[in-house]
Design a protein around this ligand. Structure first.
Ligand code: 3MF
Ligand code: MG
Length: 359
């Protein structure tokens, strides 16, 4: 994508423009055999073409790749398959977590110089792929193993600054190689833990703080990609995190899914377990004026059969559209604002439940 200067002469991202709910994206990793440390694979491995076909028939318009699913050297060939499937690439992201031991101890913020250098190199390489081959909308930096595992394992002050410095180095390179007009918006995806005990940045606030530690000239090129479950894991309300990022002009992308409380990263379908969160999320996306791709980051349920490979994705989209219809048909913005101004929480709760329940 690109950046343009606003009337105040500041660089702002030219994000893909859609009607909210017109464009949905998902990573190829959202479909597949499943399985992990505590469950076996439940479904057959699919080819790229089969995966893309499942995405398309589930209502997706865009696809996301890690550089481990779409290596730079294979990107041209893969982009042909994406075009043949009638999809576009909304996001690309270097896998700085499941590639090798070099990232076991973090990435941009690591105490290990080789890890920092390799993180920057992999990120630059995939931003190049995203600009030159995928024509991606954004690049996402998920903190993943960046953080610390226990007492005094890192110099805390340096870790935060190093994470900002890694982003400085990537943005400086990107602007030199492509200029602002071709630069790819970089969205930080914060997560408080997993795979590391304390992830950095843990939430939206820390992501914005790290952007604030960057060189001022590079800050406009970095924003956020907030994920529902990650906010839940951080003990935050997702819609409030969206509001914070929006107040800073930093909602570059979103990852929606669902969870059942302060637990692990469940990556459940959006709206499945707390439809009220879905309604509040959609209304807040409307309130902050988000009109980019709505990306879904979910995992199949371990009971999903081979023909239910993309069931969580399709249900997430249907739940988003259900929530959107409720927002359109049942929320009177003026009445809600009037209730907010009275700070009458009983009335506000009554109104919200009447909206969600339709009663
Ligand atoms: C981890 C995630 C990741 C990131 C992905 C893109 C596998 O909890 O959510 O999904 O979204 O790596 O950065
Ligand atoms: Mg995610």
């Amino acid at each position: 994508m690109a950046f343009k200067k606003n009337s105040a002469g500041q660089w702002v991202p030219e994000l893909p423009e859609y009607q909210l709910g017109e464009a949905f994206g998902a990573g190829v990793w959202n479909i597949g055999p499943g399985g992990g440390r505590f469950a076996p694979a439940m479904r057959p491995v699919l080819s790229l073409e089969e995966t893309l076909a499942h995405l398309k028939t589930s209502g997706l318009t865009h696809v996301e790749f890690h550089d481990t699913e779409a290596e730079p050297a294979d990107a041209e060939k893969i982009m042909t398959a994406v075009n043949n499937a009638g999809l576009k690439v909304s996001m690309c992201t270097a896998n700085l977590f499941k590639r090798g031991p070099e990232f076991a101890n973090g990435n941009f913020g690591s105490e290990v110089e080789h890890s920092r250098k390799e993180s920057v190199r992999r990120t630059q390489e995939y931003i190049r792929t995203g600009i030159e081959i995928f024509n991606a909308g954004v690049y996402v930096y998920w903190n993943s193993s960046n953080g610390f595992g226990g007492p005094l394992m890192v110099n805390y002050k340096d870790m935060f600054q190093r994470t900002a410095d890694g982003l400085n180095e990537v943005v400086a390179w990107m602007l030199k190689e492509y200029g602002p007009e071709r630069a790819l918006p970089i969205a930080i995806e914060p997560k408080p833990n997993e795979p590391v005990s304390w992830g950095v940045p843990a939430d939206c606030g820390e992501a914005l703080a790290i952007i604030g530690l960057m060189e001022p000239e590079y800050q406009p090129f970095v924003g956020t990609n907030l994920e529902t479950c990650h906010s839940l894991m951080a003990g935050k309300r997702y819609a409030a995190e969206l509001g914070l990022a929006a107040a800073a002009g930093k909602v570059f992308y979103v990852h929606l899914n669902g969870g059942t409380g302060l637990k692990f990263d469940e990556d459940l379908a959006f709206g499945d377990n707390d439809f009220g969160v879905a309604v509040e999320t959609v209304y807040t996306l409307q309130e902050v004026g988000y009109n980019g791709v709505v990306a879904i980051d979910v995992q199949p349920l371990n009971t999903d059969t081979p023909d239910q490979q993309a069931a969580s994705l399709g249900r997430s989209i249907r739940n988003f559209k259900r929530a959107q219809q409720i927002c359109t048909e049942r929320i009177d913005a003026a009445k809600l604002q009037a209730l907010r101004s009275t700070a009458n929480r009983a009335e506000l709760s009554e109104y919200f439940v009447s909206i969600v329940s339709g009663k």
